[in-house]
Design a protein around this ligand. Structure first.
Ligand code: AMP
Ligand code: ZN
Length: 119
């Protein structure tokens, strides 16, 4: 898998070629505000490397994937979500409604989020 997909909008955001509200970036991950937020805080935490979904994750990615959680924890604290809580969501594939095929973790909070899924 190449590190970058030239057609991918998240790869373009990571490279600074597409405007976005970037909240955090380091050598492994980038976090930016979702363009269509579902809650007062809605960030996307993404690997800098183009990985289409959890289906394409490899053992060599484990350190970076763990780092995504550390960044999620730091951003949750920064945005005042730690005490009341928040939700981390990773959609994979058609049944989960994944629309952008560059792995991303949604960090959602700032209001009561209700049950995880409708039954
Ligand atoms: P998913 O359904 O998990 O693939 O979610 C993709 C998310 O990406 C959605 O919440 C979109 O609102 C968000 N999104 C799409 N394009 C952009 C963009 N250019 N900048 C920020 N967020 C985006
Ligand atoms: Zn990409």
């Amino acid at each position: 898998m190449p590190a970058r997909d030239p057609e991918c909008i998240f790869c373009k955001i990571i490279a600074g070629e597409l405007a976005s509200q970037i909240e955090y970036q380091d050598d492994q991950v980038t976090a930016f505000h979702d363009i269509n937020p579902i809650a007062p805080v809605h960030l996307l935490i993404v690997p800098n490397k183009h990985i289409p979904s959890v289906n394409a994750v490899e053992p060599a990615d484990e350190a970076m994937l763990g780092h995504m959680f550390t960044v999620a924890r730091e951003l949750a604290a920064k945005f005042g979500l730690a005490e009341r809580g928040y939700r981390l969501i990773v959609n994979t594939g058609d049944h989960a409604g994944q629309v952008i095929f560059h792995l991303h973790m949604h960090l959602v909070g700032g209001r009561a989020l209700g049950p995880m899924l409708a039954r």
